[in-house]
Design a protein around this ligand. Sequence first.
Ligand SMILES: [Ca+2]
Length: 525
Amino acid sequence: MRSGSYGDWPVGCRPANRFRAGPGFRGFRYDNSLRVVFAAESVQRPARKIKPAQRGDWVDLMKLIDSEKDAVSGKWVMKNGELYSDDGGGSKIQIPYQPPLEYDYVVEFTKTMGNEAIVLLLSRKGVQFIWLMGGYGNTLGGFGMISGRDIAENPTRTKLPLQSGRKYRCLVQVRAKGVKAFLDDKLIVEYETDFKDIGPHGAWSMNSAKLIGLGTWGSPTVFHSIKLHEVSGKAKAGKDGEEKKGEMSLDLGNEVKMKLVQISAGKFTMGSPETEKDRGKDEVQHEVTISKPFYMGVTHVTVDQFAAFVKDSGYKTDAEKDGWSFGFEIKDGTIAAKKMDGCSWRNPSFDQKGDHPVVQVSWNDAKAFCDWLSKKSGKTVQLPTESQWEYACRAGTKTAYPWGDDPDKGKGWANCADQSLKKKIPNETIITYFFRWDDGFVLTSPVGSFKANAFGLYDMIGNAWEWCSDRYGDYDKGAGTGAGFVLRGGCWDGNPQGCRSARRGVGTPGRRCFDFGFRVSVDSK
Ligand SMILES: [Ca+2]
């Protein structure tokens, strides 16, 4: 066992010793006590600030490392544009990794002395499988440090002598079908594997699962360049709060994020034509101009996201303050909705997981969430206006539903009152008719389970009603002045009438229910 800095080094590097055990070596298992060391260290580290690569661009990580010291741990010195490790037992750099994107990683380096390793670690199913430039006894190669039988197939391995003082260029290609590593254009390791299974190794992802580690072990090394290049895949949002390529990611703390997408300014016809089946009289058509682009949450606010808010702020929802909310039980083949003591977003009267839309939230609660997130993010986070909501829901469509005018063609688009719900409540009389398809969910569903609309937004129809910032009122009388606020989008128990794009709902600000949720919008600068 080594001294303090050893704990800074991934346990996965220890096999340098055990590798000597001979050809029968099949791997190693992590020591729980050392994993605890990692967990403790991770708490003390500052948040990551490294920007991910953009598609088609090469990103010089050396520059980032130079400007953002927390990208590095161990003994590193930046001199004249080169990064020196004065390695006494392990030093590392964390670099972005955003599966399922395809990347090239290029590292140019010179090992100056010593006989151990330079490594770049990835894993498959949480098991380390690449020791990119592993070395013992001046050997350089792609060692499969296989500690899980599921990846014990024989990879291509080539060992090369690693000479001190010589410059090497290493390229790692992460692709959908596997990983290849080249040293000076020579293939040194190749794995065919499921793209989805490739990721950072746990020991290296101390701050984020989106980072992998590059480091040295036992050998002072000079890194001349470290670059990465996104080869394909959709560009992702940049660092927290950064507005880039039409996306935004907000940090809610405790590793909880919220993704938003930019919606362009434009004009649309709000409301429904008089010919639309089941339309409401309050859906009078009128032209609306959305004068400025804005960001919209790609999904409802989830239970996990709401929990991050409550944890940070200590906020108590209206239902919690009052000690009751509107819950339901499925009884005698119907939904029996009623006031229930102790019912709230924590106990909505049915089972929900963290990725389901939070429900049992009032307009007041949703507004409090937005105010909190505004303060936390420095952005203007709010509930969408009713116009913004319908513009975003329609995403260019003029039909009754995002998928067209025929409710029967909506399978795969939304979680509504479908046949799976009907089977549970065959005697229901309030929900007068159901969608004819089966969406697979009786109650709420994980957000983003269905098709996104043309703006990249999920569940604009169905799952849970969404609060808007506007008071309800007649369209032709300007801003609403009524006591209630607008709810849009229908819900898991919404029938084909209630789940139309133009459908308007309303609730008083303290009202909460088992199918009331929300999503947020953010002003564009
Ligand atoms: Ca359903």
